[in-house]
Design a protein around this ligand. Sequence first.
Ligand code: MN
Length: 241
Amino acid sequence: MERRKFIRNIGLGAAATLISKKAVSNELNNLKRIKMENLQKPEFPSLPYAYDGLEPYMDAQTVEIHYDRHHRGYYNNFMKAVEGTPYENMPIEKIFAEVSKAGNAIRNNGGGFYNHVLWWYSLGKGSSKPSAGLSEAINKAFGSFDKFREDLGTAAKTQFGSGWGWLYMTPDKNLAVGSTSNQDNPLMDISPIKGIPLLTFDVWEHAYYLKYQNKRADFIDNLWNIINWDEINKRYQQALA
Ligand code: MN
């Protein structure tokens, strides 16, 4: 897939979804809505809010450690893993489509990098809500918004061990929820669920343990207060196109 189209399709704008460091850097510099403060490496995407921007539902210390150590670590290790390989200049979506052949370093770190970009951009505080089109699709797939919320919540809460809960668009353009283990995602050929990710919940303990300890369910219930629906609406439109 050509580069522009790829960026548009996955709906992350320029949020570092390409492999080439120079390309990532250029794309990020073009992204006016991303503030570049605190950025040590221009190719690593900055947070779209301050560390305390998700309080009180997600504490500042968790956001800082999660973003600046965990996410950055995945990014750095992903860059190392693809360096000098045929994957270095391949769109990440294409890598995921054949990730079973790419090896565990690329699978785990590429997934870790990509999933966290989705994660941070899925969150924020504001007055956004699902668009009419997305609401209709949610009602069609789940019966009601409350049922959708319950189903995604259950998928995330019951994921055994580390992983992610997902709202995603299936290849036949319907909505579905599910979960993946470790750093896998629905774009990967090895994933039991397949489609285009729209919204994701990180259920690794590092995402909540400082504030919620073992209470993963409380953490997930609180995430509904900080979803950036403007971003999810955009991804939905892009996935439909
Ligand atoms: Mn995480």
